[in-house]
Write a protein that binds this ligand. Structure first.
Ligand code: 5GP
Ligand code: ZN
Length: 123
């Protein structure tokens, strides 16, 4: 595993910096364990990112390190902000895990997209 909570990599991690409020974002919600903020380069009228405050490289690492209850809480938060963001109650949660799947920031994040019709399958 390349990154974990206490490695130097988390000091340089852009989403750790956002969680520590060292990089400004449009913050939507913050809990003890998670932050929700607007994506810098939105792919839908509403494009939010839900991240654990504590560094984990991806969903698998987060599940192993923080446990299934924490995974559930993160998805429940994504579901809540998705429902709040969409008048139609329609939203999509996306997790890109691994570079080949489109992951570019190696700190777990759930994309929450809403406000337009979504295509299927995703590209
Ligand atoms: P990935 O490609 O890893 O699934 O998604 C990373 C997302 O993070 C991208 O949608 C990108 O626009 C967003 N992003 C990267 N850096 C920043 C940043 O500094 N601030 C914000 N708000 N979003 C970021
Ligand atoms: Zn991080």
């Amino acid at each position: 595993m390349r990154d974990s909570a206490n490695t130097p990599a988390s000091a340089e991690c852009v989403f750790c910096k956002i969680a520590r409020k060292e990089i400004p974002v449009r913050e939507i919600e913050r809990t003890e364990d998670a932050v929700v903020f607007a994506d810098l380069d939105p792919k839908a009228p509403c494009h939010l990112l839900v991240i654990p405050a504590r560094h984990a490289e991806n969903l698998g690492a987060f599940a192993a390190e923080a446990g299934e209850r924490a995974v559930g809480a993160l998805f429940a938060l994504a579901s809540k902000v998705g429902r709040e963001a969409s008048e139609a109650g329609a939203y999509r949660i996306v997790v890109n895990e691994g570079a080949e799947a489109g992951q570019t920031v190696f700190h777990l994040h759930l994309h929450v997209l809403a406000g337009r019709r979504m295509g299927w399958p995703p590209g």
